[in-house]
Design a protein. Structure first.
Length: 159
């Protein structure tokens, strides 16, 4: 499966080789696929699973867009880690557990940014939740790329 994903991504790389290196292209391709899945799952869960209604749990009530974010996260977290570890950042000498822990920390930062910006865009700026999610995603992608490149899957030590 890994080889199939790599070959598929690398097939589309030649037109982009003058503007980005292969690692960045792989990150963009894997990230775009996972982000598309994330937004699709968000849209489906917000509109059809939670039906734009507050989600009442035993101890807390969650807004439907935060519930949709949480549901999509359950699927995209492991997929994102596996793609990053095995397709994008293959040159990292760190062990899998250390990478997973660092990835988890990076994702916690991404969750915090998602929560803050979703709340801001929906409640303060009155964006439609799916549009707010798309805007938030661009901010989180920048944060994630920098964090993963220089922290989670760091290849070289800059001591």
């Amino acid at each position: 499966m890994k080889k199939l994903i790599e070959n598929t991504i690398d097939f589309f790389y030649p037109p982009f080789q003058k503007v980005m290196n292969k690692l960045t292209f792989r990150y963009a391709a894997c990230g775009a696929a996972n982000t598309t899945l994330d937004i699709l799952l968000f849209f489906i869960s917000y509109n059809f699973i939670f039906k734009k209604q507050m989600v009442e749990l035993p101890f807390i009530t969650i807004s439907p867009y935060i519930a949709a974010f949480m549901l999509s996260f359950i699927f995209t977290f492991p997929i994102g880690f596996l793609l990053s570890r095995y397709v994008v950042f293959q040159g990292s000498p760190m062990g899998g557990r250390k990478q997973l822990f660092r990835y988890f920390l990076t994702v916690l930062g991404a969750i915090l940014l998602n929560y803050i910006f979703l709340k801001l865009f929906v409640e303060k700026f009155h964006f439609y939740p799916t549009v707010a999610k798309i805007c938030t995603t661009f901010i989180v992608i920048a944060f994630s790329y920098i964090s993963q490149s220089y922290f989670t899957f760091k290849v070289k030590s800059y001591n």
